[in-house]
Design a protein around this ligand. Structure first.
Ligand code: NDP
Length: 484
């Protein structure tokens, strides 16, 4: 498979190159070798994208919702037909195993295109009757040109989760992928264009943070949707505020999983595995603080250790591999630093902890026990395969400690007690909660964070409100009454 894209950017319905931009090498995390090269957008490229998106948006917004929806649903079908190739590419871009990418990336991108394609034809305003025959009606209108900025962990999914609702509402999008994983978003643009999206409706430009920053500051931009870390979110939010632009912020987390004595331990272990080791731990909503009630702690640790023997590290393109390398040497070193800190601060290393020698950026799935709330591994987002077990005794204590973090992305509870489960989720200060599972993100459900973890929601009908605004139209049916 040829990994090198036709050109770095996709603008106005075509691939565009400008080699004057800084070179960005795409490194396959399994081999450490360069598999493709793109160039960061120059000011000329950014201007071309802005002009195309601004022009195309007007035409696109004039289509009926049903027509726009048809394009998105066709794009979903194309994405599903190409799932194999798109998954192979996602694996080269990120290092995530094909076993995962073939079921979680292009497939969830297609789900978003299909879901918002289905909604597009039913987006409406409302009629509000007033006294004396007057009335108000509201028009749901597109915002205009939206900028999407993505993280490196789910490049296809993020490009689709932002693009699908934006386009359904009649906006145009300029998407900037992470410089670490620049390839997949280009395919999303290609698919949309092939499905009939007019040239300029969905554009991709490459670059580092500086390119993202110049996109956000452009006065032609109406909205910015970022998936990234909290520090980046704070910068992007502040820049968007200068132009009073709409924002969606999907940021980092340090989410809790609370496991009570009465939980099904095997399920709880499965939930903690999904919530810590899927995508080699590079998932924003991971439940990295695993609070285990004292009565089942040793059983939980024993089963977790046994289950981790099922980890198969290796070539991520091999379907048998279920645990890939970290996305980059830099991210691997950051995670190794956190593991060293955990040991230094007195946490008990139960299993894992080692960086694997070789070309790939592998690090073992790691479990710490006897972790206290103030240890660095319990306070900071690690974004790697490091699970911390914290002991607790009472429900009140578990809830208080679970909420004792500036983040608020996700939270889950494992218990057989129905009323306790609902009490816990009502008390969690988090945007995305789970009972007896963790980390599922179906497109039908809102996804997003509270507190420092974000603003706004992706997916579900709620996303429509974040990509459109209501214009109120007052209709007078009587003569105008003026004071003089
Ligand atoms: P970063 O915050 O480093 O980067 C996110 C994106 O923002 C990248 O495309 C980056 O470009 C760009 N960027 C950086 N600085 C600026 C700036 N000043 N102005 C505009 N754009 C900028 O995140 P990572 O890529 O390292 O991703 C990991 C983070 O993302 C974690 O914190 C994780 O929790 C979070 N995340 C949140 C999710 C959610 O839905 N809540 C889902 C997935 C991840 P470049 O990389 O080229 O510098």
């Amino acid at each position: 498979m040829n990994i090198q894209p036709q050109a770095s950017h996709f603008i106005d319905g075509a691939y565009v190159e400008d080699t004057a931009g800084d070179k960005i090498d795409v490194i396959y995390p399994f081999t450490g070798k360069v598999v493709a090269t793109v160039h960061a957008a120059t000011p000329a490229i950014i201007e071309k994208a802005m002009e195309a998106a601004t022009r195309a948006q007007r035409e696109w917004a004039s289509w009926t919702g049903t027509e726009r929806g048809r394009v998105l649903r066709r794009a979903a079908d194309i994405m599903r037909e190409r799932n194999h190739d798109l998954s192979v590419l996602e694996t080269y871009d990120t290092g995530k195993p094909y076993q995962e990418t073939s079921v979680a990336d292009a497939t969830s991108g297609a789900d978003a295109l299909e879901y918002f394609g289905g909604l597009a034809g039913s987006l409406t305003g409302e009629h509000i009757q007033l006294g004396g025959g007057d009335f108000v009606y509201t028009r749901r209108e597109a915002l205009g040109v939206c900028v999407g900025i993505g993280a490196w962990n789910y490049p296809t999914q993020i490009a689709s989760w932002k693009g699908a609702p934006a386009l359904a509402c009649g906006n145009a999008m300029i998407f900037k992928p992470s410089e670490t994983t620049p390839l997949c978003a280009l395919k999303v643009a290609e698919v949309l264009h092939e499905a009939g999206a007019p040239a300029g409706v969905y554009n991709v430009v490459q670059g580092m943070g500086a390119v993202g920053a110049s996109l956000i500051n452009d006065p032609r931009v109406a909205k910015v949707s970022l998936t990234g870390s909290v520090p980046t979110g704070q910068k992007v939010y502040a820049a968007a505020a200068a132009g009073v632009r709409h924002v969606t912020m999907e940021l980092g987390g340090k989410s809790p999983i609370v496991i009570f004595d009465d939980a099904d331990v095997e399920n709880a272990v499965s939930g903690a595995i999904l919530g810590n080791f899927y995508s080699t731990g590079q998932v924003c909503s991971n439940g990295t603080r695993v609070f285990v009630q004292k009565g089942i702690k040793e059983q939980f640790l024993r089963r977790m250790t046994e289950r981790l023997k099922g980890v198969i590290m290796g070539d991520p393109q091999d379907e048998a591999t279920n645990f890939g390398p970290m996305v980059s040497a830099r991210q691997r070193d950051i995670v190794a630093g956190f593991i060293a800190k955990g040991i230094e601060e007195g946490a008990r290393l139960v299993t894992g902890g080692k960086v694997i020698d070789g070309d790939g950026y592998f690090i073992e799935p790691t479990v710490f026990a006897d972790v206290s709330d103030d240890m660095t591994i319990a306070t900071d987002e690690i974004f790697g395969p490091v699970l911390s077990v914290l002991d607790f005794e009472t429900e009140e204590e578990a809830l208080r400690r679970a909420n004792d973090t500036p983040f608020g992305l996700a939270a889950s509870v494992f218990t057989a007690d129905l009323t306790r489960a609902h009490r816990m989720v009502a008390g969690f200060e988090a945007g995305t909660c789970y009972i007896n599972t963790h980390n599922l993100a179906p497109v039908e459900a809102p996804f997003g964070g509270s507190k420092l973890s974000g603003v706004g929601r992706e997916n579900s009908k709620l996303a429509v409100d974040h990509y459109s605004e209501m214009k109120a139209v007052y209709v007078a049916m009587n003569d105008v009454e003026a004071p003089f």
